[in-house]
Design a protein around this ligand. Sequence first.
Ligand SMILES: [Zn+2]
Length: 65
Amino acid sequence: MRKNTIVIPKPRSNFVSVQCIQCGENRVIFSHTTTDIYCKSCGQLIAKKSGSRANILGKILNSLD
Ligand SMILES: [Zn+2]
């Protein structure tokens, strides 16, 4: 018997905790940001906007749903 699997598309828009590679400051950002995000402490670019998921330039510590 074939098992029917209902695939629920998981929204891939979530929040990620990113650590600035420059100064180590942690920041929670939206992974699909439409604006460039800079570190509030040192001004380092930590997330660059793109068509879909942002390019995270810092160190990703964890994802938060
Ligand atoms: Zn920084």
